[in-house]
Design a protein around this ligand. Structure first.
Ligand SMILES: Nc1ncnc2c1ncn2[C@@H]1O[C@H](COP(=O)(O)OP(=O)(O)OP(=O)(O)O)[C@@H](O)[C@H]1O
Ligand SMILES: [Mg+2]
Ligand SMILES: [Zn+2]
Length: 251
């Protein structure tokens, strides 16, 4: 019995060596010298490396869940160039929008509409907003208007889905970014599906970012008085992007 206990609890003896780093007497365990402080530090280092890797993987999954476009994997405020007033104002408005979104004292979050010509950085800025909001652990989803309408329209074809569940999924995100609004099948029923999400988010007091190539008048017209009024109710930031196309290198 005694031999068994001794085996399970090996006797710890003082060694006659000293740790060169900590200048403390080492201990002798199973014939080897150890410094207690070195051993504790090694365990702490391993634990903190493990936590960093867990946090990194949680953060990566959280960002991946937003489904930001691969092309805009690096699009942020830092690499949004400002060469004229329009860009400066657009960047400042989006930056303020993200900052207010992340401010816990501001309970009711605003909506954001970005409209203007192709290639003026709307998706870039929308992704910059998304990134800043994701950084604070809010749930964000990026989707094009077309993909969202298709997903809702096709929900009934899947055994475990329905139109109502699909609308609810898009309502549940803290922030939904609907890009390329209107750039798809403009059949009444498809647009109505997008409108359903907008109504549902309004009812749930959830903010939405809407980006489009349409003019403000076209958007107002298409959304109709009821949605336009709802969009403004909780506060609305409007950003107009009408300058040269960055893709064509005109800007
Ligand atoms: N001010 C800017 N600074 C840095 N890069 C920019 C800027 N504006 C646009 N870009 C880059 O130009 C490309 C086109 O921009 P983006 O896709 O955001 O345009 P868009 O307004 O969404 O166009 P569309 O209406 O066709 O969708 C992207 O690669 C984007 O990162
Ligand atoms: Mg775009
Ligand atoms: Zn030591």
């Amino acid at each position: 019995m005694n031999a068994m206990t001794n085996f399970l609890k090996p006797e710890i003896q003082n060694s006659n060596r000293f740790c060169e780093i900590h200048k403390e007497r080492m201990i002798l365990v199973a014939g080897r010298d150890f410094c207690k402080t070195c051993a504790i530090k090694a365990v702490e280092k391993a634990q903190s490396e493990h936590m960093v890797s867990v946090n990194t993987s949680v953060r990566e999954k959280h960002f991946a869940g937003a489904l930001l476009p691969v092309r805009h994997a690096e699009s942020g405020f830092k690499n949004y160039n400002v060469t004229h007033e329009g860009q400066r104002d657009a960047k400042a408005a989006c930056h303020a929008y993200a900052k207010d979104f992340n401010n816990p004292e501001i309970k009711q979050k605003r909506n954001l509409i970005m409209y203007g010509r192709t290639g003026t950085g709307k998706t870039h800025l929308a992704c910059a907003v998304a990134r800043n909001v994701l950084d604070q652990r809010s749930y964000v989803r990026y989707v094009t208007s077309e993909d969202m309408a298709n997903e809702i329209a096709n929900a009934w074809t899947k055994a475990d889905d329905s139109e109502a569940s699909a609308v609810w999924r898009f309502t549940d995100y803290d922030l939904l970014i609907i890009d390329e609004y209107g750039l798809h099948d403009q059949h009444e029923s498809r647009l109505q599906l997008v409108h359903k999400v907008l109504y549902s988010r309004y009812d749930a007091k959830k903010p939405t970012v809407l980006s489009s190539n349409w003019t403000k008048e076209q958007l107002k017209d298409n959304l109709g008085d009821r949605l336009w009024s709802r969009f403004q109710h909780d506060g609305l930031t409007i950003v107009e992007c009408n300058w040269a196309d960055a893709r064509a290198g005109e800007g």
